[in-house]
Design a protein around this ligand. Structure first.
Ligand code: ATP
Ligand code: MG
Length: 398
């Protein structure tokens, strides 16, 4: 039996909201670790302990934990009785093979009632390890850090910490509708909101059959990837090619991108009402392309009453690209596709749209009908993680 000791983002979880955050995190953890033989989830003082019954599942547990928001870091650990000798015995038995050249023991006494102070425990256990292995102690930059955590009635030891996904537990931030284009920026933007505890409903607009299906496949792949973090997602694929074609008949070419965008926002707002979302999310950054000037973003946002969140607004393309690489969405995002906004769009769209100008261009269009048509013709797909594996049905009585 192995324990995985999770430490959450302390500051954010302080105060009276803590039990509520904790409940979300634990519920999410149980789902994320489905099928991996988790025996129990416990809450020893300021930490969460996941008791894994099968040693062989630990690698997969670690992998899945990397996608759980609200965890600052975690350690694969062993629980022992609260006794300095017992802790030392366990550590000596389990010390990793190989010579780390130097080590240190770091004790955290979360339960201050335990009478032996941390430096004393470190000295005793460190002495035993040095004597048994001949390793030298290095407090500044050790090759191996052996952690001991003292909580009420028990202790844990481990041989290092791994970084968690950070942020706040999924489900604590409310729902948003994330506009997912298939490009580099929008998946990073959605992820940033998700990391703050929001649950995202994804919407992708495409111009099939005017353009290929490639963008939809990318949106699916990105939604499936992001689902690792929130465990279940809904992706709504909305066709707007025909609507775009009709827009070209009535709207001067320079204004079309703005009109398309406002349509997207209206459709996304309908979806938001259906799923109970409180805002839209886009991957815009100031000045990145013509449609992302302050003026144009203001005019686009004015089409809907919901707030539009743009978590990448102040980032450079290089920074966003690096974030996409770290996140893991970059390889999917750079697969060539045909973005719907390139359809029926001029090379030089307006960079400083005026609201009155756009509103008068829209006056001749059946906006309400367009919005409804787009929703009606859209398709909803669902993603679950861990993917529901269809095996043989359970035998009766088992
Ligand atoms: P991205 O890399 O996210 O595609 P971009 O730099 O290409 O962004 P734009 O094409 O101007 O910029 O899109 C700005 C934002 O509008 C996108 O980040 C996305 O949130 C939304 N968006 C654009 N096109 C679509 C689409 N086809 N479906 C859904 N959302 C879209
Ligand atoms: Mg794009």
């Amino acid at each position: 039996m192995v324990s995985v000791l999770l430490r959450y983002q302390e500051l954010a979880l302080k105060g009276k909201n803590r039990p509520w955050f904790q409940r979300h995190l634990i519920r999410h953890l149980r789902r994320a670790l489905t099928g991996l033989g988790v025996r129990e989830v416990r809450v020893p003082m300021g930490r969460i302990e996941v008791v894994v019954g099968r040693d062989s599942a630990v690698a997969e547990v670690r992998e899945r934990l990397r996608y759980v928001f609200g965890i600052a870091n975690f350690s694969v650990a062993t629980r022992v009785s609260l006794d300095v000798d017992a802790i030392g015995d366990g550590i000596l038995r389990d010390l990793p093979i190989g010579d780390p050249s130097s080590f240190r023991v770091r004790v955290r006494r979360a339960d201050k009632r335990f009478p032996v102070r941390s430096p004393e425990i470190e000295r005793v256990i460190g002495g035993r390890i040095a004597a048994a292995r001949g390793w030298s102690v290095n407090l500044r930059d050790p090759g191996l850090t052996i952690g001991v955590e003292i909580v009420p009635g028990e202790a844990f030891y481990h041989f290092g910490k791994e970084p968690g996904a950070g942020g706040l537990p999924t489900g604590t931030g409310g729902r948003v509708v994330a506009l997912l284009s298939g490009g580099i920026d929008s998946p990073v933007a959605a992820w940033r909101m998700m990391r703050r505890g929001c649950t995202a409903t994804f919407v992708h607009f495409h111009s099939y059959p005017f353009l290929s299906r490639a963008s939809q496949d990318k949106a699916r792949e990105l939604a499936a990837f992001l689902t690792r973090f929130q465990l279940s997602s809904r992706l709504q694929l909305v066709p707007i090619g025909e609507i775009q074609r009709q827009v070209t008949l009535a709207v001067p070419s320079a204004l079309r991108v703005i009109v398309y965008r406002r349509l997207m926002f209206r459709v996304a707002t309908r979806i938001a009402a259906r799923v109970g979302a409180h805002g839209l999310v886009t991957g815009d950054a100031v000045g990145q392309v013509a449609s992302q000037t302050l003026e144009n973003m203001a005019v686009t946002g004015a089409a809907v009453p919901l707030p539009v969140f743009r978590p990448l607004i102040g980032m450079d393309k290089d920074e966003i690209t690096a974030a996409a690489q770290r996140l893991g969405t970059y390889p999917v995002s750079i697969v060539p596709d045909e973005d719907c906004c390139t359809l029926f769009t001029p090379r030089h769209p307006v960079t400083r749209a005026r609201l009155d100008e756009i509103e008068s261009a829209e006056r001749g269009l059946p906006i309400e009908e367009f919005t409804e048509q787009a929703i009606r013709q859209s398709v909803v797909e669902r993603f679950e993680c861990p993917a529901i594996v269809s095996g043989p049905p359970p035998r009766p009585g088992s």
